[in-house]
Write a protein that binds this ligand. Structure first.
Ligand code: NAI
Length: 466
């Protein structure tokens, strides 16, 4: 080992990288993590999950006070005002606290933070801030970056055509926000600005929102967001965006072709996906190729084709989700240490943090029925006592099971607490549960989670409250 500066060097300190580094250090390996951003935590903590959740929470409080159900419960709020600077300040405080938390954990676990972007010189050497650093094992955890829309120039500083980073830092509520892409980012950030008073139009190329989610969920999502005041232009593509004088003109036409029309916007958010980020890594120097989607391929243990080089997170195939990256971070460190690190990619929950939340784990009904004979149980949140009492009627729980074995293949939830409720479904599936296992598990009353039990009971046709 004396030949190398470190046992493990992780490139990138997002949820994949920082977790890999901490776990490697916990396992007794001398570990460094390179990141050139001013603070640790990658996209998720700095310009992704965390600041967006701060704004989702803040905007929900505002919307609730200004327009929500408080009055129904006799809570009278008059003169509710938005101070956007204060809301943005609170968001920045959360980001500072959490990124600082990673720095603290690095110190506690003796992980060295190499401040700079790493470029491979060879499979065991990178250059960081002009210094050569060697390691026996190098883990690529460089994440992803925003997919650009050809011909549309994002300029977050100007704040007219922005990506998610810009949309998290607008200095005033836009009169009209046009969101290109009806996926997770478009709906979360579209919701934030709609709640704060913007008119919001979402332009989605496909005929439904939220690609990848279950068909019922996608249909219901369109109904719910329309009811909330989002204008949806489905099966529609953007052909150009022209910005001038602090405004933008968006030209759209039907995805299948047809007459063009224009929409005037104060802000345009481009949210058409993310792509693996490998710029400046110098993969050529180690002979590591990316696939047609720009991803680094690995085996089940997260080894790349180059000995000693491993990869995890958004830069490899699979859903681009922080928690998937975190689990891969733990597994890769354990594999490097000679243990057995495994990630079950069939059970990775996904959550859209709007209100209600949309969550799923496992197979959609569309995919499941192509592979198995299935039985589906569905239970509406309207019939769940707690959701009904809280005046949160939107949504349902849907459990998809193998008709022959009753094993749960997928669970889909729309509910205010769907992101929390889905954990139970993931745990059940990880243990190979049947719908009967969930149905016969005692759930506390009155909770939203009882809807999961009732949907499981509905698989065999016997929910109580429906
Ligand atoms: P996405 O893949 O979720 O959605 C992009 C949408 O844009 C799709 O519906 C696609 O059909 C549409 N689209 C593509 N090209 C288009 C065009 N030219 N015109 C109109 N629509 C077009 O990607 P998004 O929302 O940008 O998110 C990026 C990544 O970040 C995703 O992988 C997502 O999982 C992750 N993310 C996860 C969050 C969460 O877990 N809550 C929150 C935010 C992002």
């Amino acid at each position: 080992m004396a030949d190398y500066d470190y046992d493990v060097l992780v490139i990138g300190s997002g949820p994949g990288g920082y977790v890999a580094a901490i776990r490697a250090a916990q396992l007794g390996l001398k570990t460094a993590c390179a990141d050139g951003r001013a603070t640790l935590g990658g996209t998720c903590l700095n310009v992704g999950c965390i600041p967006s959740k701060a704004l989702l929470h803040g905007s929900e409080l505002y919307d609730e006070a200004a327009n929500g159900t408080m009055a129904k419960f006799g809570v009278k709020a008059t003169g509710v005002e938005l101070d956007l600077d204060v809301m943005m300040g609170e968001k920045s405080t959360a980001v500072r606290e959490l990124t600082g938390g990673i720095e603290f954990l690095f110190k506690k676990n003796k992980v060295t933070w190499l401040k700079g972007y790493a470029t491979f010189a060879d499979a065991h050497t990178v250059v960081v801030a002009d210094a050569k650093v060697t390691a026996k094992h190098i883990v690529i955890a460089t994440g992803s970056s925003v997919t650009p829309l050809p011909g549309v120039a994002v300029d977050n500083d100007r704040g007219v055509i922005v990506d998610s980073t810009g949309a998290l830092a607008l200095n005033k509520v836009p009169g009209h926000l046009v969101v290109i892409g009806g996926g997770v980012i478009g709906l979360e950030l579209g919701s934030v600005w709609r709640r704060l008073g913007a008119q919001v139009t979402v332009v989605e190329y496909l005929d439904q929102l939220l690609p990848g989610m279950d068909g019922d969920v996608r249909k219901e999502a369109a109904k719910i967001f329309k009811k909330q005041g989002l204008e949806l232009k489905l099966s529609t593509k953007v052909t150009s965006v022209a910005a001038s004088d602090g405004k933008a003109t968006v030209t759209i036409e039907p995805s299948a072709g047809g007459a063009a029309e224009t929409i005037e916007a104060d802000v345009v958010l481009v949210a058409i996906g993310r792509r693996p980020y490998t710029d400046g890594l110098g993969l050529d120097a180690i002979g590591l190729a990316v696939n047609a989607r720009g991803q680094i391929e690995t085996d089940h243990d997260f080894r790349t084709s180059v000995d000693g080089v491993w990869a995890i997170g958004d830069v490899i195939p699979g859903p681009m989700l922080a928690h998937k990256a975190e689990d891969e971070g733990i597994a890769v460190a354990e594999n490097i240490a000679g243990l057995t690190g495994i990630v079950n990619h069939a059970v990775i929950p996904g959550v859209v943090y709007t209100n209600p939340e949309f969550a799923g784990v496992g197979l959609t009904e569309e995919i499941a029925k192509g592979l198995y004979d299935i039985k589906v149980g569905k239970f509406p949140m309207m019939a769940n006592s707690r959701a009904k009492t809280n005046r949160e009627p939107d949504g349902f729980v849907k459990v998809i099971a193998d008709a022959k074995t009753d094993r749960v293949l997928g669970v889909w939830i729309i509910a205010t607490l769907a992101g929390t409720m889905i954990a139970e479904a993931a745990l059940a599936m990880e243990f190979g549960a049947t719908s009967e296992d969930i149905a016969y598990t005692c759930h506390a009353h009155p909770t939203h989670a009882e809807a999961v039990k009732e949907a499981a009971m509905a698989v065999r046709g016997k929910p109580i409250h429906m």
